[in-house]
Ligand binder design. Structure first.
Ligand code: GN1
Ligand code: MG
Length: 360
């Protein structure tokens, strides 16, 4: 690995010599490294990322999107740090290694390690950060962006794909289909409800926003000292989308009392306090720019995207783990069960959650 990182460092004309590197374990798709170089007696760190081209089929298009988006928000960051991507000697913000691997290099922003999700201030700050991001892009023309993963949050397509795969495997010897059956039948029950928003979006009933589309809490960096949000990262999936899904994706992750891949389902539940803290931050920022219809559908968005995630994990399980990185064979099934349990809890609590949003 060291040799590849060196090669990439040279391509991006980074000054000095690579002294250390470590893996940053954040994300299920790309591989990320913190690389430190020594130069003139000092050290400087960078983030190197090896993009998963199995997931992102047109990585150059992603880098074009990122270039446009970061350029647009650069002068809106105030004194907070901004993401900055380095360029090669031929002027691209990406490079291929010898084996065809796709790389990008960005500035390393010193930040607190993903703070624990229980802290109210952090949760509110996370909401503010994603809300602010959306505001920064409110005057950005989303039609110039490439759709990096077509139908990324088209819940109906996601679920139809799952059901089609499941049907395709039904009379094969794919043993995973048997283990999946209980999850699959619950998901079928939720199908209609979960698809309402993405159908309405497809029918043009909601404003098209430029959204982040992967609003997990660990995609916000925090200042080590003040614990205030610094910046939003992971811009791979910035695309036109629904604000309710950005909101929902964030809370399905941070209001889960267990990790997304916790196998013990008795630990999985949806925490209303955490939900409230995030909602205060997010809705506080974007309230005036949203329609009533959008605000009324935040909770439904939360439910829908959680069902969508359960469907995506299960689909990947059935397909042989080709998309999400897994640590053990059942990993995707565990994730699917976890997200299904969470969706059920959100559903059960939705009247109360709805009141919380209305109160804001
Ligand atoms: C993937 O790799 P990461 O953590 O940034 C996925 C998201 C899922 C998430 C679930 C491009 O994001 O959609 O919500 O895993 N990203 C992509 O943990 O599919
Ligand atoms: Mg991501």
């Amino acid at each position: 690995m060291q040799e590849t990182l060196r090669e990439i460092g040279r391509r991006f004309r980074l000054p000095g010599t690579l002294s250390t590197y470590e893996v940053i374990k954040n994300g299920n798709i790309n591989r990320t490294y913190k690389v430190t170089c020594t130069h003139d007696g000092g050290t400087k760190s960078y983030v190197f990322q090896n993009v998963n081209t199995n997931v992102f089929r047109h990585p150059e298009e992603i880098m074009e999107n990122i270039d446009r988006v970061t350029t647009h928000i650069r002068n809106k960051c105030g004194d907070r740090p901004c993401l900055h991507f380095h360029h090669t000697d031929t002027g691209e913000n990406y490079a291929y290694d010898r084996d065809g691997g796709f790389w990008r290099v960005m500035n390393f922003i010193d930040s607190a390690a993903a703070p624990s999700c229980g802290d109210r201030g952090i949760l509110r700050g996370t909401g503010e950060a994603f809300g602010e991001f959306q505001l920064q892009l409110a005057d950005f023309d989303g039609s110039v962006l490439h759709e990096t993963i077509p139908d990324f949050h088209n819940t109906r397509k996601r679920m139809d794909t799952l059901f089609a795969h499941a049907a395709g495997y039904a009379d094969t010897r794919n043993t995973r289909i048997f283990e999946s059956a209980p999850v699959l039948s619950r998901l079928r029950m939720y199908y209609k409800e979960a698809c309402v928003l993405s159908d309405r979006y497809a029918a043009g009933e909601f404003p098209i926003r430029v959204t982040h589309n992967d609003t997990k809490a660990n995609n916000v960096l925090f200042d080590r000292e003040t614990l205030r949000p610094l910046t939003v990262v992971d811009l791979d999936t910035v695309m036109p989308g629904m604000t309710m899904y950005d909101f929902g994706d964030a809370v399905r992750y941070l209001a889960n009392t267990a990790a997304e891949d916790e196998p013990d389902l008795s630990k999985v539940s949806f925490d209303e306090e955490r939900f409230t803290a995030f909602a205060e931050g997010f809705i506080g920022k974007v309230r005036d720019s949203l329609t009533r219809d959008e605000l009324d559908n935040m909770v439904r968005g939360t439910f829908s995207i959680t069902v969508e995630l359960a469907s995506r994990f299960l689909d990947d399980y059935l397909s042989g783990d080709v998309y999400f990185r897994v640590d053990y064979p059942e990993h995707n099934l565990v994730r699917a069960r976890n997200q299904l349990r969470l969706a059920e809890d959100i559903f059960a609590k939705s009247a109360g959650l709805q009141r919380i949003v209305a109160g804001l």
